[in-house]
Design a protein around this ligand. Structure first.
Ligand code: 4AD
Ligand code: MG
Length: 465
């Protein structure tokens, strides 16, 4: 028992992630990963191995004493040897192998990816279960990890407490009207006259954790929830998913439109900056890959990090749209929702800088958005180039009378007593927002299609695996 522990302890000392193989080593090291490509020469073979820890693959030199016959793209291997300086441009070290163990064979004929080939995003998308083996998608996932860590860090440093809001809920916070209902399979199979509800009431997959987060903020001051969110989106667009992750901060300090927009701006700037510093190579690689060398995403990131975000009211936005010479499919009119063609125009009009559109007609926003007293509500959308709406938020209606009135008017006064209790028992002015995490990644990486930033996309007509 003890000696087995010692063996595995010694092995762990020599084990290195490829991200750690940056300089020649005095002692022997062991790496483990998947073969990306192999080039055989007469007496030597060059094997590129990647383990997912970094964009960079490690070049392994296998001499004629090692058997490389059964190595091919996709094979998983454990390799021991010494890290020596490399004279190859663009790489610091290479691994002179003294041992190669095949951990898992791979049939190159059936494996969907080919060595040194630039597969199109469309092609990669068709292999959701294997796409983490590509440089493209492993970079996306590392950038996604960096973004998640950076958002948590920003909120923690700002004094926000992470809470978990339920995935199963009875409320329709966003007045979506069509949520995914949840029942055990046997309940759906029962004949309709015997049908009842598992929870005793209809229950749905959450469309937003906001209402629960508000209740928790009115006890903890500042909270955030970060989890999966579900929307029965009935269209195929490049920025909608049926399952996505949303970050939802809620705080008694976000009690005015100014405080709310300043906080969102700060949060995004810090997060983008952190992603660039932690994952620069991945961000550059993905944006280059998708734009085929145009490098378009990083130009917009500079302005998103450096420049102040603009703020215009919904009323001003409509005025800008009405007075433009652009022909829109949907005529812009005060009282109508902004369509994506309108959002695109506004962003262009604002020189491709992120822009907050504030104070929407009260009828367009859910019951919880604070009444400004002039037919508008203190709600905000942040529009960014390439994506459109990245964030939606509001100052919340904490006045009991206003809240009950709005809910009654919309016919949603039943089952929400618990929510009204917040306003009844010492409510504080507060506000919050929702950041679509996949849209954030789309923006960071300059990707056109939201399905390229999620491992297993779910959308109308598709739920693979
Ligand atoms: O604007 P939304 O619907 O706002 C809310 O749900 C609020 N309750 C949030 C809050 O204030 N706590 O959604 C927020 C963000 C959008 O701005 C967008 O980035 C993203 O969530 N989003 C989606 N992302 C991917 N696919 C979809 N179907 C999305 N719907 C919204
Ligand atoms: Mg919205």
């Amino acid at each position: 028992m003890r000696s087995r522990f010692l063996v595995s302890f010694r092995r762990s000392l020599s084990f290195k992630r490829i991200s750690e193989t940056v300089e020649p080593s005095e002692s022997r090291v062991v790496v483990q990963g998947w073969i990306r490509s192999i080039r055989r020469q007469k007496e030597i073979a060059f094997v590129d191995v990647n383990d997912g820890s970094t964009l960079r693959s490690l070049q392994v030199i296998a001499g004629e004493n090692l058997n490389v016959d059964n190595l091919c793209i996709g094979t998983s291997v454990r390799i021991g040897g010494n890290l020596t300086p490399s004279f190859h441009r663009g790489q610091l070290v290479e691994l002179k192998a003294d041992e190669i163990t095949v951990l898992g064979q791979c049939n190159p004929k059936e494996y969907p990816f080919k060595a040194k080939r630039r597969h199109s995003l469309d092609y990669i998308r068709q292999h959701p279960h294997l796409k983490s083996r590509t440089s493209f998608f492993s970079s996306v996932l590392r950038a996604k990890n960096a973004a998640s860590v950076a958002l948590h860090a920003f909120l923690q440093e700002s004094g926000y407490i992470q809470v978990h809001t339920p995935v199963l809920t009875t409320n329709d916070c966003e007045e979506l009207g069509d949520l995914f209902q949840v029942e055990p399979q046997s309940y759906f199979e029962a004949s309709s006259d015997r049908r009842s509800h598992f929870f005793g009431t209809p229950v749905f997959l959450t469309g937003s954790g906001q209402l629960h987060a508000e209740l928790l903020a009115c006890g903890l001051g500042s909270v955030y929830t970060f989890g999966p969110t579900f929307r029965a989106e009935k269209s195929h667009t490049r920025r909608h998913l049926a399952e996505f992750w949303m970050l939802e901060p809620e705080s008694c300090r976000l009690d005015s439109m100014e405080n709310l927009t300043n906080f969102i701006e700060n949060c995004l700037k810090c997060t983008l900056k952190s992603c660039l510093s932690k994952c620069e190579a991945d961000v550059y690689f993905v944006s280059d890959y998708s734009s085929q060398g145009e490098n378009k995403s990083l130009v917009h990131l500079e302005s998103a990090i450096e420049k102040p975000y603009l703020r215009i009211s919904y009323t001003e936005a409509i005025r800008i749209l009405e007075s433009s010479n652009e022909t829109f499919e949907f005529e812009p009119k005060w009282g109508c929702d902004l369509q994506s063609e309108h959002e695109r125009f506004i962003v262009r009009y604002c020189n491709n800088t992120p822009v907050f559109v504030t104070d929407f007609p009260i009828e367009l926003k859910p019951f919880y958005a604070r009444d400004n007293g002039d037919n508008t509500a203190a709600a905000v959308d942040l529009l960014v180039p390439g994506v459109g709406e990245l964030v939606g938020g509001s100052v919340r209606e904490e006045r009991l009378e206003n809240l009950s009135y709005r809910m009654r008017k919309k016919g949603i006064d039943t089952d929400y007593d618990w929510y009204l209790d917040m306003a009844k028992f010492g409510a504080m002015p507060h506000g919050g927002f929702g950041l679509g995490f996949e849209r954030f990644l789309q923006y960071l990486l300059g990707l056109d299609n939201i399905r390229d930033v999620i491992s297993f996309p779910r959308f109308l007509g598709s739920c693979k695996y």
